[in-house]
Write a protein that binds this ligand. Sequence first.
Ligand code: BJW
Ligand code: ZN
Length: 256
Amino acid sequence: MGIHASNKLETLVEQLRQAKTVCALTGAGVSKESGVPTFRDEDGLWQKFRPEELANVNAFISNPSLVWEWYNWRRQLMSGVKPNLGHLALAELQDLVDSFVLITQNVDNLHRVAGNRDVIELHGNISRNKCHDCGKIFEKGDQETDFVFKPGELPKCPLCNGRLRPDVVWFGENLPVDAIERAWTLSQQCDVFLSIGTSSIVYPAAALPQLAKQAGAYLVEINPKPTDLAPMADMVFSSPSGEALPLIVQALKDSA
Ligand code: BJW
Ligand code: ZN
């Protein structure tokens, strides 16, 4: 490691040690090394459709089979994945700083599996279904139907016979109020904010690091392709999160 890189880690370790509250915001990039495709990279999800065309309530109403096909495929894909070194480092980080909150846009549950205790899910969780008509939420296993539905079959709500859908947040829908309110407040209160593996284009999540910076936090971006957030950041790691995060955690442990 060059002197420059080690100085950078020293500076960040100092910031993390002094911080009362550390927030991390994660996006699809953190799960890429687990084998979950991102939305907008070249090899991202279903290149023939833009995420805006599928993660969209109008698409679900006009073409529910297409939307269900996409979620079936993703559920199958996610059922076999495990946390990677980036997730595990974030779980370790929570015990190395004063107070740590993980805010995620991901629906894959991998931060909880990795061991993070305080996880704010901004965009829901793919392991649940919700009735589009009566709002009832079903955990995996609550329904009589299989979790991955048969092609052409549209799952129905066992209570009202309404249209079941994954319990995730689509474009044009509000984020869960408790989740976004808490994330908003914490972003304004925290001392260090880490933005990791997100393209920083989907709002309101993309506003959180900007909010943190404006309120005085030390802002760090970790992304192999730095985003429009980078010019605002105090420090940028242009590497995969599965590489950068273990280095940061190791440096923090070494300084103890
Ligand atoms: C690595 C890596 C490695 C690769 N390590 N990194 C016009 C202007 C402004 C705003 C709007 C507008 N029109 C509409 C809006 C609002 C809209 C919005 O923001 N649109 C933008 C596209 C412009 N937002 C909404 O609608 C939100 N709701 C809302 O605002 O409510 C109020 C409202 C009500 C009524 C009308 C209008 C507003 C809801 C947003 C919901 C987003 N939902 C999805 C799907 C979730 C469920 C599911 O998973 O199926 O969330 S879309 C998709 O994008 C998903 C993600 O969470 C989200 C963000 O993507 P993410 O995580 O950043 O992934 P990528 O693929 O974009 O980026 C991956 C990154 O990883 C890249 O940068 C790589 O370089 C990097 N990477 N390998 C680290 N190894
Ligand atoms: Zn129902």
